[in-house]
Ligand binder design. Sequence first.
Ligand code: HEM
Length: 474
Amino acid sequence: MNAPSIDFDDVQGTILRGYRVDYARHFVLSIDNVPAMSSLLSSLVSGTNGLPKITTALRLESKPESFLNLSFTNTGLSKMGLSDEQLQTFDSSFQLGATNPSVANNIGDVGDSAPSNWIDGLNDGGQVHLLISLWARDSKEVLESISATLASAFSGVATIILQHDANALPDNKIHFGYRDSIAQPTVKGAPPAKYEPDDQPEVATGEFLLGYKNEIGGTYTVSPTELSLNSSYAAFRILEQDVAGFNAILDSFAQTTGMETEMVAAKVCGRWRNGNPLTLSPDQQEPVLPTEQLNNFTYVKPEAVNDDTLGLTCPVGSHIRRNNPRNAGVVGTDSTHHRITRRAMPYGKVYNPQNPDDGNRGLIGYFINASITNQFEFLTGQWDQTSTFVKSAEAPGGSPAGNAVFNISGEDVFLGVNDPSNSSFTFPKDGVNGSNNVNVTGFGRTIITRGSVYCFFPSITGLRYLANLAASQG
Ligand code: HEM
């Protein structure tokens, strides 16, 4: 499949470009005055009336000091004037919204993570209409100054339900101490990345943009056609991280297995905390590999020496292998049809074990895809919550060392709905049918959902269409 030619200036930037910034501020808004929202939207699309311009995927020669993107919820699109008939052509989970009980239940937003416990007004999906996200390259002053401009522009147009900041930590670390934002899909036809692309297969454009062929030859579309080319969806997530709780789990796994705590941290994730993948640094963390090599690996190899079909090096149930099994066999469509682009950043202060607190910290941002149902929800609801998706596979030569299906148990340590009474993680070892595996249990959740919004990022053409449509609404 040849790469399609994409009009980058018609695509909202965050879908195809990682901004790599220090600060972000997310505004969750409820529309009060539809015609006024129409004018605000027009000004944001054109960058007029003193407002910042919505960033597109067209890369400028020098990196701007700020970036802005905007997305609507299902109720937001309805408010702007889309008919029920049109909305029925959208992704089915997007139509229901993140607070819908069956949606929440499916992806593990239950118990403490249930919508009824979400912060501010996020538990009331009906009043959440749009999200505006502002990113500042390196200056908090720029963030504050553009935020002030936006806040005054919102006055009389929309109410801010939630305003939430994010700030990068050194070396792209997140609160559990791992380096993040390494593995991202290379989308066919997308603007070239800063580094040489990794050696992973490119993913069909239609997995991330509506209107193009996806990995199985279909095309996600919506009605009207003005919204159907170059638009995308995302799950916006606020995920609180309990660092002390996570460290305690690692220590307890280390005790049970006799492994070093850092090795345990690498096994549950699939990468060492410095970002090196276990597949390339199997025995110890080692100095961090060059950025352009960090994602050059697969799990299954034809030659026995480098093969990890059984997950003896990178566990089959580790976070990165569950969320992208790469070339390892899975039941159903392969991993290329379930990829997501992660645009999330940490929030809150770094946890200091010398001065423990129960502070509010975590990860906030967008998990982007052309189908919420088949990508974000498939990962979080299926591969992160089950262990039966792995296809029967032995190491090359039919090794007596076992079969991959025996080498995974329970749910993802990060994202699973783990209950100490039945949680389980497998450290695979050589042995017929997993006979020598070490299983650990007794751990609970250390990542709690504090809010979520399912959103639709219209193309620039789509935003203009919506602004015109809303201008005629009463
Ligand atoms: C607070 C929550 C989370 C934490 C602490 C976390 C942590 C990590 C870390 C440390 C990595 C390795 C760095 C990298 O490859 O870029 C990673 C990769 C990844 N995570 Fe998460 N993650 C979180 C939430 C999620 C969610 C909600 C999803 C959505 C399903 C997700 C899907 C992925 C994927 C697809 C990869 C890349 C896998 C690959 O291609 O090898 N993560 N995550």
